[in-house]
Write a protein that binds this ligand. Structure first.
Ligand code: UDP
Length: 326
């Protein structure tokens, strides 16, 4: 298939692009490089363009005869979305409408969208697809708005759409060629590993008074290669005129303190912590139930143990202490 990976120079997008190329699909990254990395995309596979540039999207889809769009391009930081909702609505909502309009104009029917467990807000775990969706931060709201737009566009224009709701994406490619590199970094696992590398003095624990066994937030860390695998599978399970949805988690909840403790074991480094106030917008517990993905797509996470995830991320961080910067 001929696939346009929008946001394909970013973290999850680049791992997906790598898997598509490895499985003999013809795929290109479309990315404005605002957060993505040129180095994360193989030679000749990068189209530099903005999500808001509908004309360029139409031209790109027509020129490359695109069959499927995988849409990863988004702003995706909970804390930032609370203080800069404007950026989130513009990139995520307006940007996705531009992409959908381009697909309709270029007659591209299939789209797989990177959604998030943040659309649910605070619901008791494990989180299944049919639970109520009441986001508690602007990031989650923008993703929920897009899911709704996808369902409406699918019905009106015979699109075939999927929303894959990731829990916490993490880890790096097995061949060590690409991994997680955000600037500035705000995610827990890379920050913990930067402390292990001596690049930061400590990691802050945001909130130690949550109603969880050790007082810190619990998350479901799902490996980026497992996420890429789910994208490949769902392409064959799209339905005309509909939005299908799948929650992609491991079903295993890991607290902030457990992540840090595991990273101490994996790296052999002490990893200093500073207990800090809660970060706004964070639910106490997010843990996915991916039984629908198993039933319908045959998908389940191969990386279930947090040790394996942290070993994979640690291999990338050790080999690339400055990320993609040489
Ligand atoms: N977290 C933390 N210290 C950090 C970064 C994150 O305690 O320096 C916590 C954060 O509050 C959340 C969890 O780690 O409970 C995972 O956060 P991350 O930003 O990695 O992903 P998110 O859950 O926001 O998608």
């Amino acid at each position: 298939m001929r696939i346009l990976v929008v946001g394909g120079a970013g973290y999850v997008g680049s791992h997906c692009l790598q898997k598509l190329l490895a499985t003999h699909h013809d795929a290109w990254a479309y990315d404005n490089l605002s957060q993505g990395h040129r180095e994360a995309v193989p030679e000749g596979r990068l189209i530099i363009g903005d999500l808001l540039d509908t004309d360029l999207l139409i031209k790109t889809m027509k020129t490359h005869g695109i069959d499927v769009v995988l849409h990863f391009a988004a702003k995706a930081l909970v804390g930032e979305s609370v203080v800069r909702p404007d950026m989130y609505y513009k990139t995520n909502v307006t940007g996705t409408l531009s992409l959908l309009d381009a697909m309709v104009a270029a007659d591209v029917k299939k789209i797989v969208f990177s959604s998030t467990c943040a659309v649910f807000g605070s619901v008791p775990p494990p989180i299944t697809e049919n639970l109520p969706k009441n986001p508690i931060n602007p990031y989650g709201f923008t993703k929920l708005v897009i899911e709704r737009a996808l369902a409406d566009y699918a019905a009106a224009f015979e699109l075939e759409a999927a929303a894959l709701r990731y829990f916490n994406a993490c880890g790096a490619s097995a061949d060590g060629s690409i991994g997680e590199d955000h600037d500035p970094e705000s995610h827990l696992i890379p920050i913990v590993l930067q402390v292990a590398l001596g690049q930061r003095p400590h990691v802050q624990i945001f909130g130690t008074d949550y109603p969880t066994p050790d007082g810190t937030c619990i998350r479901d860390y799902v490996h980026v290669e497992d996420l890429a695998d789910a994208h490949l599978r769902v392409i064959n399970h799209l339905k005309a005129g509909q939005l299908v949805d799948y929650n992609l988690g491991t079903g295993v909840g890991v607290s902030v303190r457990e992540v840090i403790e595991t990273a101490r074991r994996v790296t052999g480094k002490p990893i200093a912590v500073v207990e800090s106030p809660r970060r706004s917008g964070d639910p106490a517990v997010l843990m996915g139930d991916a039984s629908k993905a198993l039933r319908e797509l045959g998908w389940s996470a191969k990386f279930k143990a947090i040790e394996l995830v942290i070993e994979s991320a640690w291999a990338w961080h050790q080999a690339n202490p400055s990320g993609f910067r040489k």
